[in-house]
Ligand binder design. Sequence first.
Ligand SMILES: Nc1nc2c(ncn2[C@@H]2O[C@H](COP(=O)(O)OP(=O)(O)O[C@H]3O[C@H](CO)[C@@H](O)[C@H](O)[C@@H]3O)[C@@H](O)[C@H]2O)c(=O)[nH]1
Ligand SMILES: [Mg+2]
Length: 192
Amino acid sequence: MSRIKNLKKTLLSDNYYTLSKFNFDYQKSDGSWVNPMREVYERGHGAGILLYNTTKKTVILIKQFRLPTYLHDHKDGFLIEIPAGLLDEDNPEQCIIRETEEEVGIRIKSVKKVYEGYSSPGVLTEKMHFFVGEYTEDMKVSKGGGLASENEDIEVLELPFTEAVRMLNEGEIVDTRTIVLLQYAQIHKLLD
Ligand SMILES: Nc1nc2c(ncn2[C@@H]2O[C@H](COP(=O)(O)OP(=O)(O)O[C@H]3O[C@H](CO)[C@@H](O)[C@H](O)[C@@H]3O)[C@@H](O)[C@H]2O)c(=O)[nH]1
Ligand SMILES: [Mg+2]
């Protein structure tokens, strides 16, 4: 029998994405029922990728302004991240191939899915699809930088993997998705 009943949704904002309030009956593990309220932000799902070059022993990361981090403790709000984007109508693999070209100017054909995970399960419905992909010099087709039409302003960083790992260990990389994939590369020795 379900421990969740009478789920009621109240829309709070659909200004850009959707913020809703939910009330529901929840049966606790001791059998009693309570009526919690939760706010949930829905903006679809996402995909991100660690691009690596086994000849040069480099990875591609990006730097862009992230307002929420600027509001909370980050020094300047410019975060070092993996290329990533929101799934539009496409599937995760098509999405990450498209975002890779838009954000860093690399036209990649094959990517490998390594993980799937909820970004912030207490508040967001979003699930992230994590990929890795090997790139070579001949795949570089533009400077990247993101879509001007969406006001994206992305700096592309091509770094030795050892430098990315140093930045990870010294707290200069603070985006969880980027931490996950750099650690994946270490564990699986992608650049040894
Ligand atoms: N006007 C307006 N535009 C917005 C707003 N929120 C997002 N956008 C636009 O939507 C674009 C989304 O760009 P994507 O590259 O598709 O997504 P992303 O912001 O990089 O998100 C990725 O990283 C997030 C983690 O920080 C992930 O949550 C997400 O799934 C994805 O992987 C932004 O550049 C911006 O133009 C908003 O509130 N107002
Ligand atoms: Mg993006």
